[in-house]
Write a protein of this length. Structure first.
Length: 195
């Protein structure tokens, strides 16, 4: 007997297009956490994240119903692109981007007025961070632990020292070796991490 989790995204998409409404519900549930986290990581506001999440799936449903979907086997990346575009629209409409009277001259990736990264660079940075997270998993456990605490949990070396029970110098050393090893992994695999 086939489980609903065994059904691929592309089969669920075909089922939905062919009138099986439950299929879209399964797709939303399957990707809800990842998509919500992606949006929230850019927006940092739960209400707005919820709105963009819902708008994303409204667009997905409309596109599927129109028969315009042709991203065979790449449902999640397609949904993420829709969310990405809605996030950029949000930044463009909010006061965080300068407004232009003539929309022809408007560059959607213009610098945010509060001096933070512009939307394009922010999304590229997030992708690079995602790639780096995968690389971090290849590090020795002690180095990985310190690097995660420092980079992803934004902990000071003093806090890392207290949490791991090692001296600050040891924590600093592990961080240094983690970065050296990451660089070696990147070079060995010829990975390009460019912003």
């Amino acid at each position: 007997m086939m489980h609903k989790n065994d059904v691929s995204d592309s089969v669920l998409v075909k089922n939905y297009i062919n009138g099986k409404e439950l299929a879209i519900e399964l797709l939303i549930k399957r990707h809800q956490q990842r998509l919500y986290s992606f949006i929230y990581s850019k927006i940092q506001d739960r209400d707005t994240t919820e709105d963009i999440f819902q708008d994303t799936f409204i667009k997905v449903i409309r596109t599927l119903k129109k028969g315009s979907y042709n991203e065979e086997g790449k449902f999640l990346p397609w949904v993420m692109r829709i969310a990405h575009n809605l996030i950029i629209d949000y930044f463009r409409k909010s006061n965080r981007m300068p407004t232009f009277n003539n929309t022809d001259d408007f560059d959607i990736f213009s610098v945010l007025s509060d001096g933070t990264l512009n939307a394009e660079n922010q999304i590229i940075k997030e992708q690079i961070l995602s790639d780096v997270k995968d690389l971090v998993e290849e590090l020795p456990e002690e180095q990985k632990e310190v690097l995660k605490m420092r980079i992803y949990n934004d902990m000071s070396f003093n806090e890392i020292s207290e949490n791991t029970g090692v001296s600050i110098n040891t924590a600093l050393g592990r961080m240094r070796y983690a970065l050296i090893n990451l660089r070696k992994i990147v070079e060995k695999n010829k990975i390009i991490l460019v912003n």
